[in-house]
Each structure stands twice: as C-alpha cells, then as structure tokens.
Design a protein around this ligand. Structure first.
Ligand SMILES: *Cc1c(COP(=O)(O)O)cnc(C)c1O
Ligand code: SF4
Length: 385
C-alpha cells in the first residue's frame, strides 16, 4: 500500500505512458482518485496500451470528455441511505460502505466520485451509528460490507466490525466485497483469514475482470480464504475492449472455477460520469451470455444484470422489453419499467466463429410506456418519461 504508484513519474518505472494516458493522469487530478499497487502494475503490458489490466487502472483523457448520461450516483445510493454509507434498498439486506479507501482506483468504478474522498470516510461513531440501525431493523439478515474496499482496514478494525455485527441475532450472513485478491493478494494473510473464520458464515465476493488477473499470487489468496471456510464468489463488470467478447469471458469463467471461485454477477457497466469509453452495448452482453450458455459448465456462468435505483434487473428476455432508440427498456423485479440509456451497437454482432451468415442479437423496437423511469439524456438527472 505504501509503495503505490500515484504519479506519471512513478508509472514510468513500469511503462511509457501514451499521450492519452499522460493527459488522463494530469487532467483527472483532483477529479478522480488514482493509484496502482506495484503488484497490479506488474501485470500490465508495458508495450501495449490496449492491455486489459492497464486500461482498468491508468487514467485516459477520455475520462474528461462530455458524458451526458453519466451521473454521480446512478443508483440513488445516497437517497437509499437512512444513515451515512448504509444503503438499504432491499428489505432483507444492506450494503454497508465501511471505508472509502481502495488499494487501486478502477477507472470505471461505480463509486468513482466517492472512493478515496473525505466526505465518504467513516469515523468510528459513524460505523457505530450504522450498526445501531442494523440492530434496530430485524428484517435485515444479510449485511454486505463494501466501500471502497473493506480489506483496506486493519485486521483489528475488521474484527471489531464483524464482532459487532455477529452480536446482532437477526444478522444471518455477512458478505465482504473486496478486490484485494485481484489488486493486492498479499493482503489475504493467514492472520486476516483467522479473523474471518471466527465470525462465520462470512462470504467473500471478489472482482476479477480478466483472465490475466488470475495469477499464482491471486491463487494463494483464494486458497487461503477457502481453507478458512469462506465461500468465494466473483462479480465482473462488462467493459468495452477489456472483456466484452465471448472468448475472454469464457476464459475468465473457466479460470475462476478452476480456482474454485463461483462466478456470480456480470454487471452491465453503470452510467458513471467519465466512463462512456468503457461502456458497451447491452446487445454485446446478451451475445456473450448466449455464447456461454450451453458451452460452459453450468455453475461457471454468471448472471448478467443491470443495477438500477429499482434494484438489480436480470438482463434476459424475461425482463427486457426491447429498444426505444438509444435506450433499452426493461421491467424491474418490482414491476416498474426502467429505460437504460445505452446506444445501440455500431454493427450487428458476428457469431463466435465470425461467420457473417449467423445474425447477432437484436432487440425489437418498442415505445417506453408512460411512467417509465430513466436517466434523462439531456440533463443526466433521474426522470420519468
Ligand atoms: C447488489 C446489492 C445488494 C446485494 O444484492 P444480491 O443480489 O443479494 O447480491 C444489496 N444492497 C444493494 C444496495 C445492492 O446494490
Ligand atoms: S476496487 Fe471496487 S470500489 Fe475500489 S475503485 Fe475498484 S471498483 Fe471501485
């Protein structure tokens, strides 16, 4: 953590930044956080700016381009937080942002404008306030520790939070969402695992996006968690030019289950300001899912979902109504209709074999029914059509 790369000069030890990268590093100063662990930097290809590891963490000038539908808080997490950093959007479970810190700052992060920021940090009394809220709400049986990255906290603090939560009788499972096995696998020490093991059932959900990240070091971290009895799942964000093709996604899923990690979610990238260049079309995601289904071990296939203020929506034919121009219209699991701004793909998608004869996935045109909720393409605000 102490040796993290935080300047263009330090990055030079690992690669020669391109002009776009240099502009990104300079231009995003004070706008978005930036740091890379030496371990994660060692996975970057120094000669190839399109490297899937490099593109996740090195800022680009494109992050500063005008992005009309990009918003700060597309899931309305702040509105769903009864107390600071505790998001209660589902009856029986909460997402508890216990810290704002991360070891690396991913360029596409859902909480891009909050991570690493002072306003989003948690003092001990604020943590206590959130724990008190959980204790006062017997319907909460599942607590998801997130952030930032909860494993940036020291073992003693993690132990304290887990002890407090375990003392609440109605808290059934505790989950930790952490990217440490990917960006700093050395953090998964035997001491940390001994802490987690004391508070079972504790689950860890990690966040591999590309097969290159499944290194022997990451394997050691995962093995330690599993040996401590912690089931490990994975969520991936679908990112343009990084993992938005069926071959990469299949290799990732195969690699995950080889490490006994269960692929859980494949997230459609959120409409976060400054991430337009990393988002891909929902048709591309559907195409990838189509290529995985039937060609991969059943439990190696993640669920493709879109998170919205109306909750997560499975991106399948059961929920997607179709396309209304530059929006994809879908039913939420709570009955309301959501229209996600998502430009149609530039060309029809080729089949895996590249044969032009086989058509790509196409969504039928629909008209959004009155009352459809969406993010306004003009103002970037949440609105009703
Ligand atoms: C995703 C999410 C959860 C957990 O949802 P699962 O589908 O149970 O994994 C909980 N709270 C919030 C706010 C979420 O976004
Ligand atoms: S590790 Fe997670 S929370 Fe931290 S910057 Fe990356 S995506 Fe965001």
């Amino acid at each position: 953590m102490r040796n993290r790369i935080r300047s263009a000069d330090a990055l030079h030890a690992w690669l020669n930044p391109t002009t776009e990268e240099k502009e990104g590093i300079e231009g995003t100063k004070g706008v978005f956080q930036w740091s890379i662990t030496p371990y994660y930097a060692s996975l970057m290809d120094p000669d190839d700016p399109s490297c899937a590891v490099r593109r996740q963490v090195v800022p680009l000038a494109s992050e500063l381009e005008l992005d009309f539908v990009g918003v700060e808080d597309p899931l309305e997490e702040v509105a769903h937080s009864p107390v600071k950093n505790l998001i209660h959007n589902y009856r029986d479970r909460v997402a508890f942002c216990v810290t704002s810190q991360c070891a690396i700052y991913c360029r596409y992060c859902l909480r891009k404008r909050m991570v690493g920021e002072a306003d989003f940090m948690m003092r001990k009394d604020e943590l206590r306030e959130a724990i008190t809220y959980i204790a006062a709400h017997p319907e909460i049986r599942d607590v998801l520790l997130t952030g930032g990255d909860p494993l940036t906290l020291g073992d003693a603090n993690i132990d304290w939070i887990l002890t407090e939560l375990r003392a609440i009788e109605h808290v059934d499972i505790i989950r930790i969402g952490s990217r440490m096995p990917v960006k700093l696998p050395q953090r998964i020490t035997p001491e940390l695992c001994a802490v987690l093991e004391k508070h079972h059932p504790v689950w860890v959900n990690t966040h591999f996006n590309h097969p290159k990240e499944l290194t022997p070091d990451a394997g050691v971290a995962i093995d330690r968690l599993l040996k401590a009895g912690v089931p490990v799942g994975n969520q991936t964000v679908l990112l343009r030019g990084i993992n938005d093709d069926a071959a990469t996604m299949r290799a990732l899923c195969e690699g995950l289950v080889r490490h006994r990690i269960r692929p859980y979610y494949l997230y459609q990238a959120q409409l976060i300001g400054g991430t337009a260049h990393l988002r891909t079309s929902i048709e591309t995601g559907l195409h990838i899912m189509h290529e995985l289904q039937g060609h991969l071990t059943g439990f190696a296939i993640p669920k493709y979902v879109l998170d919205t203020p109306l909750g997560k929506i499975p991106l399948t034919r059961d929920y997607i109504l179709g396309r209304d121009g530059d929006r994809v219209v879908m039913k939420s699991t709570r009955g309301a209709v959501w229209a996600e701004p998502n430009p149609r793909p530039a060309r029809s998608l080729p089949s895996e074999e590249g044969s032009d004869a086989s058509p790509g996935i196409q969504l039928n045109e629909v008209v959004s029914p009155p009352g459809t909720q969406t993010i306004s393409m003009e103002t970037g605000q949440l609105s009703v059509l």
